[in-house]
Design a protein around this ligand. Structure first.
Ligand code: TRP
Length: 328
């Protein structure tokens, strides 16, 4: 079975945009591939050298993915820092990674601008750690957002370079497949664009009903159409897109007809949308809270995941050591 690897940044809770994007595609991938999903806690040291409560954030993220249906029986789900073999491969890759190429990576240049007082080597070598994450399992496919394309180029380059330098055909070149092309795009309800944490317009899976209603009722609309069958301006189109994602077809059609007949009452529509979002989120939120409260279960999942990932990683490291010429 083909191997898939993907890393999850342990920053913030999952929102509806994440759910209908990355999470949904993970749910599908775990049925079709040999998947390794991990929480990239080492990577977070590049920006937060002393992360407050990293264990806690990792635990919450893990609970959220499990609550959404990532199945530890199907996929290997683990925490990056539990698998030390990754660090050894990172070391080897760094020996053949060059300052010039690392400095040219756009996300590195962005970080230099964002944190001029902490331009550390981890930031510079972020692409080698990411490459190690991927090729440690000899993955051939990596589901990522478009923003990761340059890191993926680097991963392919490092895999190829390893093979060339040591005269082997050992690491396959990992292909990216872009989540954004397949996934449903969840809009923000603040007038334009997509839902995102940094956009400040996110509805989180753990939001309670009151919070959800408040966020939905604040959604930006307009004064309503004056001509039948008008094209919907973006804020209103976003409201409909959201309804298309979470509500029934009947509900969507009902409000769509109202809109087309210039009889839409956005207040009613928002109330319905808020209900439907609550109905969607409530069981997920309950599962998240149940799992977060069950330390033994989370520990067991993390431990089992780490064991499975370490087995695959140790095999690679044994072979890499032999290829380079170290004692196995
Ligand atoms: N860089 C990725 C991001 O910011 C996270 C990540 C780290 C990753 N290692 C990875 C993704 C390996 C895919 C494969 O989202």
């Amino acid at each position: 079975m083909e191997i898939v690897v993907s890393g999850i940044r342990p920053t913030g809770n999952l929102h509806l945009g994440n759910y209908f994007g990355a999470v949904k595609s993970f749910l599908q991938l775990q049925n079709e591939y040999n998947c390794f999903f991990f929480i990239a806690d080492w990577h977070s040291l590049t920006t937060h050298p002393h992360p407050d409560n990293i264990r806690k954030s990792v635990k919450v993220i893990l609970a959220e993915y499990l609550a959404c249906g990532i199945d530890p029986e199907k996929a290997t789900i683990y925490i990056q820092s539990d698998v030390r073999e990754v660090a050894e491969l990172y070391l080897y890759l760094n020996m053949n990674a060059y300052l010039g190429e690392l400095e040219r990576v756009t996300s590195f240049k962005d970080k230099v601008r964002q944190q001029p007082d902490n331009v550390n080597a981890g930031l510079l070598t972020y692409p080698s750690l990411m490459a190690a994450d991927i090729i440690i399992h000899k993955a051939v496919k990596v589901p990522v957002g478009k923003d990761q394309e340059q890191n993926m180029e680097m991963a392919r380059r490092f895999a190829r370079r390893f093979n060339t330098i040591y005269g082997v055909e050992y690491f396959p070149e990992p292909a990216s497949f872009h989540l954004s092309e397949k996934a449903v795009k969840v809009p923000g309800l603040d007038g334009s664009g997509k839902m995102g944490k940094s956009e400040g317009n996110a509805i989180y899976l753990i939001d309670d009903e009151k919070t959800i209603r408040k966020k939905v009722m604040k959604a930006v609309t307009d004064s309503g159409p004056t001509e039948p069958d008008s094209v919907k301006p973006e804020p209103v189109a976003n409201l409909f897109t959201m309804m298309d994602i979470v509500s029934s077809k009947e509900t969507y059609d009902y409000f769509n007809e109202k809109y087309n007949a210039c009889e839409i009452r956005y207040g009613d529509m928002k109330k319905q949308l808020a209900e439907d979002i609550c109905t969607f989120c409530a069981p997920v939120r309950e599962r998240i809270l149940d799992i977060i409260a069950d330390d033994d279960y989370i520990d067991k999942v993390a431990r089992t995941g780490a064991e499975k990932a370490a087995e695959s990683a140790a095999k690679t490291i044994r072979e890499v050591r032999r290829i380079i010429g170290f004692r196995p």
